[in-house]
Design a binder for this molecule. Structure first.
Ligand code: AMP
Ligand code: ZN
Length: 117
């Protein structure tokens, strides 16, 4: 979609630090991390959010989780990580191209502070 930040990153019209890419997904560093490690797992297909998915997207959603696990290994947070999804503006979604947040790298036990994601 023309004015979508994540579509622009996918098309290399905006810079990002890409950690992984295949035909279906891209993973890049969050420009404003809220945890020591914070990447975004993003399908290349422009789907607004989870409210819009159908059973046709089932394999893609499964792949997003498998890639998240692989990224957790690659980024050395496999022992402790979180996956978050904001769905809808009132839930805090700010980029309306579906994505999973993968966060981790805390030195202490996670206690739910917002600044720890
Ligand atoms: P959400 O608020 O859940 O929709 O998540 C959107 C995320 O995208 C936020 O955490 C932003 O920091 C991140 N973000 C926005 N623009 C960029 C960008 N150009 N490169 C990387 N991350 C971005
Ligand atoms: Zn998009």
């Amino acid at each position: 979609m023309g004015d979508c930040v994540f579509c622009k990153i996918i098309k290399r019209e905006l810079p990002s630090k890409i950690e992984y890419e295949d035909d279906d997904l891209i993973v890049f560093q969050n420009i404003n991390p809220i945890a020591p490690t914070h990447v975004l797992i993003v399908p290349k297909k422009h789907i607004i959010n989870l409210s819009e998915v159908t059973s046709e997207n089932q394999a893609l959603l499964g792949k997003m989780l498998v890639v998240a696990q692989k990224m957790a290994k690659k980024l050395e947070i496999i022992d402790a990580f979180r996956i978050g999804v904001a769905n809808g503006a009132n839930a805090g979604q700010t980029v309306f191209h579906m994505h999973f947040h993968l966060t981790g790298g805390w030195k202490e036990k996670y206690n739910g502070d917002e600044d720890k994601a």
